[in-house]
Design a binder for this molecule. Structure first.
Ligand SMILES: C[S@@+](CC[C@H](N)C(=O)[O-])C[C@H]1O[C@@H](n2cnc3c(N)ncnc32)[C@H](O)[C@@H]1O
Length: 207
């Protein structure tokens, strides 16, 4: 993956950028994304239409395409490196930013699967102690309803994967776990899976 190293030289880290996001490390990120693909049984399912929110460098959709799926990414164009990698992988991407209480842009179709890995769009700003201010339950409710009604096919699924919090604890505080479960989510480790209907039980395994 010499091209990725070349791209990183072309678009160096911004000063103070966290080096854990070393997306030119293809071995590492392909490994992470193979696990994501396997968790959703995408290596064993018929071709699906997939929308990846906050697609970043595009590894997930790149791998999905290798397994026969069709993918579309959505990401703000903040990182020139991601522009380079999505181009390199041939991953189609809509440039947009997700905001609280705001419908996603119209994409003209519905999807079998909408994903968001290592979600960041719910972080609004840092408070004076450096802690993230996050979306409220009402903000999540709006987002989930928007995805369910406008972007998921009847058997579609929404997968949200979260980073740990700064202190190492789970994103799912007991309050958030209860909230996501009240929306019909199945929570496994750091992931929440939701079906298109609030009363449908979502399944990681297809078929
Ligand atoms: C931690 S990175 C994860 C990238 C990729 N999903 C992955 O797991 O490798 C978070 C991604 O969310 C994107 N992002 C941040 N704020 C966003 C927003 N408001 N709307 C959409 N995407 C956003 C960033 O550009 C970045 O690609």
């Amino acid at each position: 993956m010499a091209e990725l190293v070349k791209l990183r030289e072309q678009y160096p880290y911004r000063p103070n950028a966290r080096k854990i996001n070393a997306y030119e490390d293809a071995d590492y990120w392909v490994g992470v994304n193979v696990k994501r693909v396997q968790d959703l049984w995408l290596d064993r399912s018929p071709p699906l239409n997939i929308l990846d929110l906050g697609c970043g460098p595009g590894y997930f959709l790149h791998l999905c395409r290798m397994f026969g799926h069709e993918g579309l990414g959505l990401d703000p164009d903040d990182e020139p490196f991601f522009r380079g990698t999505t181009n390199l992988f041939g991953v189609s991407r809509v440039v947009a930013r997700i905001n609280a209480q705001t419908p996603l842009p119209d994409l003209g179709k519905k999807f079998d699967l909408v994903t968001a890995h290592r979600v960041c769009f719910h972080r609004v700003a840092r408070d004076k102690n450096g802690e993230w201010l996050e979306w409220t339950e009402a903000d999540w409710k709006f987002f989930i309803n928007d995805v369910r009604t406008r972007f998921l096919k009847p058997d579609g699924r929404l997968l949200l994967e979260f980073n740990r919090r700064a202190d190492g604890s789970s994103f799912f505080t007991s309050g958030l776990r209860e909230f996501f479960e009240s929306q019909g989510a199945r929570i496994v480790r750091w992931k929440a899976l939701l079906a298109a209907g609030p009363n449908q039980r979502p399944s990681f395994k297809l078929g």
